[in-house]
Design a protein around this ligand. Structure first.
Ligand SMILES: Nc1nc2c(ncn2[C@@H]2O[C@H](COP(=O)(O)OP(=O)(O)OP(=O)(O)O)[C@@H](O)[C@H]2O)c(=O)[nH]1
Ligand SMILES: [Mg+2]
Length: 476
């Protein structure tokens, strides 16, 4: 097997070196901090695909005293041939000393055997300063192929000034923002790595192709999870055994709470699954100001920002014969309303979310249709769900899509909570009319089967159908 291509990530202190490593390797656990000097030792990270190490990144501490180190080196090398040996001499001389601690740590991995290239990270939001020249000069002495990466930590943009200087020292110069890089940007970067040395070109190009395939699979899997969640949540029926059909509002309130809790749990589980697929451990989320926390799933104030637009909802309500009535339907599918035992209680709080007075009904399992639907149930059963208001299905879907887009677009170096409110693309209302129409049809079937206590497999099939629609439109 040929030796693993190794990229040593270098640069001035606190310019995003560790951030580059975290984003490229999709490793949010790499220490990154505002405080300069966060990385104190060279640390090696393997990039693996299907268990095989494809390339290696070495994160290093930043240069702290490049000019003084270069002075020392200049005194030991009069000719080009003496430069690399002078670097080795420098490492030997100061190894274990407190002086040039960071310079020793960063130079050491460059002097190792094997195929090595340099990734020099600068912050192009700040102007170029002469002090960087000593760093680049030292790197040039290594004789290693190098790529300069212009990261932008702040809002400024001095890229064009940097570009002219960087290309004097490095064989390629690219912009790469470690906090906003997309999967495409990362692929592009690996392809640039491939071009740095003919010896590893084919293996790294192959790796880039594999990365692309992996990414596609991952997106598809995530949308499968989204489809599954929507079908499951939308068709959910919460059941509770009650002592008699005389159950009052208190029991209904309890049932409603259980229903809500179940849906929130489903949503939370879905979000975790998507986060895991994209390599994130538990992420904190800051959903304000759009109120997208799971707790707000049932908060109608957030509804107007979610799901379909009013126009889209009106259009589809008209097509459905005005079915968007804002009524919570309780397990009435397959049973005529008169067949059950009506409790007649008004779900005040529940009605308020959907802007309607909703009537809950309880059913005696003695009723033959109910016995058929819920075999083995004894006593009286109260059921809640699915909600009849179709816009709720779109709320569920939209919330899942927003979260998916936020995770899919999140660079692993990014610190802090996930801002769902920042997501504007991939929203339900932006889906094509054809996709929305097909999704509506699937959702309608799914709701009906939920009402009829359908088997999980048939609900799962609706989840798959929804996922296929989303994959077709969003991942084309
Ligand atoms: N907004 C923004 N912040 C960034 C970006 N890259 C890095 N930062 C921030 O800049 C600071 C330094 O990032 P690190 O990745 O730790 O930098 P480093 O070069 O490894 O730093 P040392 O190890 O201390 O030399 C952290 O607070 C990062 O969150 C970026 O692209 N955008
Ligand atoms: Mg660091």
């Amino acid at each position: 097997m040929s030796p693993t291509p190794t990229f040593v990530v270098v640069g001035h202190v606190n310019k995003g070196k560790s951030s580059l490593v975290a984003t490229l390797l999709e490793d949010p656990s790499i220490p990154i901090d505002l405080v300069p000097g966060t990385t104190t030792k060279a640390q090696q990270y393997d990039f693996r695909l299907d268990g095989e190490v494809v390339f290696r990144l070495v994160d290093t501490p930043g240069f702290q005293e490049a000019a003084a180190a270069l002075d020392w080196l200049n005194q030991r090398a009069d000719s080009a041939a003496e430069r690399r040996p002078a670097l080795q001499e420098f490492v030997n001389e100061f190894s274990g000393q407190s002086r040039f601690l960071d310079e020793v740590a960063l130079l050491q991995p460059m002097l190792a055997e094997g195929p090595i290239a340099l990734l020099y990270v600068v912050d192009a939001s700040r102007p170029y300063r002469d002090s960087h020249e000593a760093e680049m000069e030292i790197l040039r002495w290594t004789g290693l192929p190098g790529l300069a990466l212009m990261n932008r930590i702040g809002d400024g943009d001095h890229s064009s000034d940097w570009q002219v200087i960087l290309q004097q020292f490095f064989s390629a110069v690219r912009s790469f923002n470690t906090h906003t890089a997309s999967a495409q940007d990362r692929l592009q970067l690996v392809r640039t790595f491939a071009a740095l040395d003919a010896e590893w070109t084919s293996s790294l190009e192959h790796a880039a192709a594999q990365m692309e395939t992996h990414w596609r699979h991952r997106e598809q899997e995530a949308l499968a999870v989204v489809g599954q969640f929507t079908a499951e949540a939308w068709s959910h029926v919460e059941r509770m055994a009650v002592s008699s059909h005389q159950t009052g509002a208190k029991d209904l309130e309890k049932l409603r709470q259980r229903y809500e809790k179940h849906l929130r749990k489903l949503e939370e589980g879905t979000r975790r699954q998507v986060e895991q697929l994209f390599g994130f451990a538990a992420l904190e989320r800051d959903d304000s100001p759009v109120d997208l926390t799971p707790e707000d799933l049932f908060d109608t104030r957030a509804w107007k920002l979610l799901g379909l637009s009013k126009k889209q909802l009106t259009a589809r309500a008209a097509a459905a014969g005005g079915a968007t009535g804002g009524v919570i339907d309780l397990f009435t599918g397959g049973l005529s309303l008169g067949a059950g035992v009506a409790l007649g209680a008004t779900l005040g709080a529940a009605g308020a979310w959907f802007g309607s007075n909703s009537v809950a009904k309880g059913w005696s399992p003695k009723h033959t249709r109910l016995a058929e639907l819920l075999p083995g149930e004894h006593g009286f059963v109260q059921a809640f769900g699915p909600i009849r208001n179709e816009s709720f299905a779109w709320i569920l879907l939209d919330r899942a899509l927003i979260h998916f887009a936020a995770i899919r677009g999140r660079a692993h170096a990014k610190q802090g909570p996930l801002h769902l409110a920042d997501v504007h693309d991939q929203r339900a209302h932006a889906l094509s009319q054809a996709t929305r129409d097909r999704a509506d049809a699937i959702l309608a079937h799914c709701q009906r089967e939920g009402q009829q206590a359908a088997k999980p497999e048939s609900i799962a099939q609706y989840g798959k159908d929804l996922a296929a629609l989303l994959q077709h439109e969003l991942l084309a």
